[in-house]
Design a protein around this ligand. Sequence first.
Ligand SMILES: Cc1ncc(COP(=O)(O)O)c(C=O)c1O
Length: 375
Amino acid sequence: MKVELFQMERMQSMYERVVDYELSESGVHALKISELLGGDGAPKEFLELPLGYPHADGTPGLRAAVAATYKGAATENVFVTNGSSEANFIAAWHLFEKGDEIALMTPNYAQMWGLAKTWGLKIKPLWLKEELGWQFDPEDLKDVVTKKTKVIQVCNPNNPTGAIMGTKQRKALLDAARDSGAWLLSDEVYLGAEREAPLTESLWSDYERTLITNGLSKAYGLPGLRIGWLVGQPEVLARVKHHHDYLTLTPAAPSDRLATLALEPKKRKWIFDRTRSILRKNYPVLKEWMDAHGSLFSHVPPAAGAICYVKYNMKIDSIELAERLRKEKSVLIVPGGHFGMDGYMRIGTGPPKEYLHGGLDRVDELLRELGAGKG
Ligand SMILES: Cc1ncc(COP(=O)(O)O)c(C=O)c1O
């Protein structure tokens, strides 16, 4: 089987540890285990954790803690995975069949696009429009979602635009899913990484064909734990688990334990406050930098995520621009081309401020060489 290349992930896997400035990451810089454990007895207790096979579904404690973050969900609605990427993968493996139609929010984290292409689905893009602040036009749902639609997949808050789905769009989407009978697959890994907006409302509802994917990599700053989850109806999760038995079997026991700590309500609030404060400090750094370049850049301010989707006014293909930045200036950014759109780049705002300044200075060097630099 020919697997569609996941361009962004392949690029990151190859170069994120090699470059001087890694600005392709979309989450805030990571927490340490010590920050998660705190003082008291927690570190000692953690060291006594037996390293036997853990619960295949995630420990009941972790599942209950995840469930508590969704209105009306209980432990049996939660299945813990290795990252939200695994949650997405097994949901897709369960639902996707050759010839199916998928309504796919676009632009989007390209995992679902690549899997849909690999498995021979017909993709109907549900375009987010820059002139609408990166919202989709609810009118477009009429063409994109029909009785033939098997799955509607959205990423909310969205990667790469950082937009949070509007109230009107949210209602229209839920209505369209119910009317068509399609599965609603919602990747919400940036929920909790809002810069100014209140906590994004999950698309979890009483619509039984809903699967929510999420995890600790972005809003929680804990990507190294590789903890994600699926929220769905127990009968649906029971079928999805059949796929998981061929994959990673269980989450890692130490990660399950640490994730349970991260989801304690007080800790979760502390973590989200930390994320918000990083985003509030760093976005202005990028914005000032863009403003200093006059009409070279334009963007819609991202509402969530340590990312900014920047439109540039230069005659250079985005993939070539990203390649030159990496090779000549040792800076990694994500080209719009990896989201199927040229003329854009996604810049990460999650690292410490000084690092971000350093990376942007390097970008400036190339811009000057391209005759587009400031000053
Ligand atoms: C929307 C989205 N979903 C899933 C993932 C994968 O995250 P995880 O580290 O939880 O596997 C990413 C990573 O960038 C993402 O942007």
